[in-house]
Write a protein that binds this ligand. Structure first.
Ligand SMILES: [Zn+2]
Length: 324
């Protein structure tokens, strides 16, 4: 991947913005540094570039999300929101749109997406993974705020509570994708998400409860299945937003990044569907205990940075001002 100076500068800025310490958990600084030490270029922009290389019109991308919140085992708004907005961005990037339809329709109709559950049982999940990979032949798999199985095949919340019975065994899909050389990306914010295997030692050091869970398995909270790339963000949705911004920057199409109106609407719908806003466990609109309008501010700032990156790139190519 060859980046222009303007792209690299804005790419670093995107990473800084989406990894700012806003939740007060005190772990994202260390997790980001560990993820960044694995590569020489900004995380979100790298993921964006790899997706644009791999994904072409008519091809399938599988996005995985869903982290049940203890003790309700209900969903949360961190994950689904970024999944929806990244799906939109990917479809725009390959000149498509986004209708949600049943899988068969989605495979035959243009500009569609399908929402699929995944089996809770391991054996059924393994069969389903092979079938999906055989039929869909995806170009890429992205996990956003998606927990995975630890060394004892147990799933955990960031505080170490067991979630195994409520999680589709999506690890089977990621493991098989790796064998088939399909691009895999994990987006996480707490060390218990798919993708964090790459920074296992740093998670063990930085995240309380990561080394020993609070369930009888006595293992770590870190999923074992590896991914090609990891994005560590303050809130996982923001990692997805950063990838959208990266694609918008690389293609010089600001509209690929969703705007704050869409952001608010997706949060609203997610909360109305019963997804949690973390913290005190309320169904307030927002993610990781951060209210929805603040997520809109992040989207606004990312949008401004993308425009700056595009403008500066053009200024160097075609100087517009006599004093420049
Ligand atoms: Zn455990």
């Amino acid at each position: 991947m060859t980046l222009t100076p303007a792209q690299r500068t804005i790419g670093e800025g995107i990473d800084r913005l989406v990894s700012i310490e806003i939740t007060g958990r005190g772990v994202i600084g260390d997790l980001y540094q560990a993820a960044r030490a694995l590569q020489d270029a900004p995380l979100c922009l790298t993921a964006a570039a790899r997706l644009l290389e791999k994904v072409h019109k008519g091809q399938v991308v599988i996005l995985a999300t869903g982290l049940p919140m203890y003790p309700w085992f209900a969903g949360e708004q961190d994950g689904p929101v970024g999944t929806a907005t990244l799906a939109r961005a990917l479809l725009l990037a390959v000149d498509a749109g986004l209708y949600v339809r049943p899988l068969d329709d989605a495979l035959s109709l243009p500009t569609t997406a399908a929402v699929l559950p995944f089996p809770l049982e391991w054996e059924e999940a393994a069969v389903r993974a092979q079938a999906l990979l055989d039929t869909l032949r995806p170009s890429a798999l992205v996990a956003i705020e998606r927990t995975g199985a630890n060394e004892h095949r147990q799933y955990h919340s960031s505080s170490g509570k067991r979630l195994t019975d409520y999680c589709g065994k999506i690890d089977t899909l990621f493991a098989s994708a790796g064998e088939r050389e399909i691009l895999t990306i994990g987006v996480g914010d707490g060390g218990n998400e798919i993708g964090c295997a790459a920074i296992r030692d740093s998670v063990l050091q930085a995240v309380p409860h990561a080394a020993r869970c609070a369930c009888p398995c006595g293992g770590t909270t870190i999923p074992e299945v590896p991914t090609d790339l990891l994005i560590a963000a303050a809130i996982s949705n923001w990692g997805a937003y950063g990838v959208e911004a990266g694609m918008a920057l690389l293609l010089e199409r600001p509209g690929i990044l969703h705007g704050r109106d869409i952001d608010a609407r997706v949060h609203d719908l997610c909360a109305a569907a019963g997804a949690n806003n973390d913290g005190p466990g309320l169904l307030d609109v927002g993610a990781d205990a951060v209210a929805a309008p603040l997520h809109g501010h992040i989207v606004d700032l990312l949008g401004r940075m993308v425009e700056s990156g595009i403008d500066f790139g053009r200024l160097y190519r075609e100087p517009r001002y006599p004093w420049f």
